[in-house]
Design a protein around this ligand. Structure first.
Ligand code: CMP
Length: 139
């Protein structure tokens, strides 16, 4: 079925001017960017977005990183978009990521891993609503 998923191009990638190269990978995979904006997250907003990880040892570091430079938040649409996006991103740790994936080609480490993508339909809906209003989604 056609799905939508929330994607974030993270600070390590925006700093290195990789937004266009990453978007090309999404588009080549058949994912359509139906909403997109470049924003600077506050620590508070990063903390809320990643609240599910608040008890993990890397939570503080993760929030500081996400607030350290602009991010590009976007909604990707397509057939099985959630799984397809995860395939294009590659494994969380770039050392484990397959050839041709975004993380294999661009990520610096498990923390500075260039992109985030929703992991399931429920989280995709929540994460899209965190950043976008319905009016901003233009298929
Ligand atoms: P993401 O898909 O954005 O969701 C949670 C993030 O936590 C994950 O990508 C990683 O960037 C980050 N993360 C996971 N494990 C670690 C770790 N061991 N150290 C630092 N960051 C991590």
């Amino acid at each position: 079925a056609t799905e939508r998923t929330l994607s974030i191009i993270k600070p390590d990638a925006t700093r290195r001017n990789l937004t266009g190269k990453i978007n090309a990978k999404f588009e080549e995979a058949g994912l359509r960017i139906v909403a997109q904006k470049r924003i600077q997250l506050t620590m508070d907003q990063a903390g809320k977005f990643y609240e599910v990880h608040k008890d993990r040892p890397f939570y503080g570091e993760l929030c500081e990183f996400m607030a350290s430079a602009p991010v590009v938040v976007q909604v990707l649409e397509g057939e099985s978009a959630i799984a397809k996006n995860r395939e294009v991103m590659g494994a969380t740790n770039p050392a484990d990521a397959a050839d041709g994936t975004i993380r294999k080609d661009f990520a610096l480490s498990v923390g500075e891993n260039s992109v985030h993508g929703s992991d399931a339909p429920e989280t995709a809906a929540q994460e899209i609503a965190f950043f976008f209003s319905g009016l901003e989604l233009v298929g």
